[in-house]
Design a protein around this ligand. Structure first.
Ligand SMILES: Cc1cc2nc3c(=O)[nH]c(=O)nc-3n(C[C@H](O)[C@H](O)[C@H](O)COP(=O)(O)OP(=O)(O)OC[C@H]3O[C@@H](n4cnc5c(N)ncnc54)[C@H](O)[C@@H]3O)c2cc1C
Length: 256
């Protein structure tokens, strides 16, 4: 299985603010892609599309001397990402200690099948966020929980019972600024279509992967007569579109 390139030059990512309107992402020494720098996106639109499509991230913390990376849900509001969990959660306890964290969001769009084993790959869109999270309390905490809830299942904040004081006390909510981020994307076929392996009678192409929501299944303890609300029908109907990559995006797998 192909890694992510060997000996590729660092490209044109300049560690600076490149445009004043905020639509181009700032590159720092830490977020500059070294491998396959042509797969970078500096478009804020791509950052927002990926973050708004996904709802599961991986939160990486330093737990003592050892890294700990755990999956969790998130929500985005403007320039901030929110994660939450139990006050007893080890990763969140570590993250709230004013220490740097790394959050990644990954959308997998397909498996790239190549003529050689080496050139197999994955089509994806991914985001890395670096920073020191802030612990939210009071109204900010409730507002963040609303964002997070709505991000995962739009319409539930107004439909379901809101958190009690006790439930809020049991929950840690962290906010992470989107100030130091990187976006990397791969699309298109394998890279051996341009080389000598193109002459091999071996099938190559992509197995596209899509997120599809099935019809909702009722909780067995549901009160009789409670129907699936319209907003959940909309969530189900919109799931594939939510995760689908933008069709106009140029292929990055092979130089054309
Ligand atoms: C689903 C999926 C599968 C992958 N499979 C492989 C694989 O099998 N082998 C492999 O070598 N690589 C794979 N990659 C790419 C991998 O994520 C790294 O980009 C790559 O390995 C280069 O790593 P590096 O340590 O050299 O990063 P560098 O280029 O040195 O990273 C420098 C900075 O670039 C940014 N960056 C790096 N990678 C990403 C990313 N994916 N998304 C957003 N920002 C990024 C970060 O800010 C990082 O601090 C995969 C990516 C995804 C999303």
């Amino acid at each position: 299985m192909r890694g992510d390139g060997v000996g590729v030059s660092a490209g044109e990512q300049v560690p600076t603010e490149t445009r004043g309107d905020g639509m181009v992402l700032r590159v720092t020494e830490r977020t500059r892609l070294r491998r396959m720098p042509e797969r970078v996106s500096l478009e804020r639109r791509d950052l927002e599309e990926i973050l708004d499509a996904g709802f599961v991230c991986h939160l990486g913390v330093l737990d003592g001397d050892a890294p700990l990376v755990l999956p969790t849900v998130y929500g985005r509001d403007g320039d901030r990402l929110y994660v939450h969990g139990s006050v007893a959660s080890r990763s969140l306890r570590t993250a709230r200690a004013e220490r740097p964290v790394c959050v990644t969001v990954t959308l997998v769009d397909g498996i790239v099948v190549a003529r050689s084993v080496f050139e197999h790959s994955v089509n994806y869109r991914s985001v890395v966020v670096l920073g020191v999270p802030e612990v939210l309390e009071g109204e900010e905490k409730v507002a963040a929980l609303r964002v997070l809830t709505e991000h995962v299942v739009h319409g539930q904040w107004d439909y379901a019972r809101r958190p009690t004081r006790q439930e809020l006390a049991q929950t840690t909510v962290l906010a992470l600024d989107l100030g130091e981020v990187s976006v990397k994307m791969r699309s298109g076929p394998s890279e051996d279509g341009d080389g000598p392996d193109a002459a091999l009678p071996v099938w190559a192409g992509e197995i596209p992967l899509r997120v599809v929501a099935s019809p909702p299944v009722a909780d067995p303890a549901l009160l009789p007569g409670v129907a699936v609300p319209a907003h959940l029908e909309s969530v189900v109907a919109g799931m594939s579109a939510r995760f689908a990559p933008r069709p106009s995006r140029p292929a990055s797998g092979r130089a054309r």
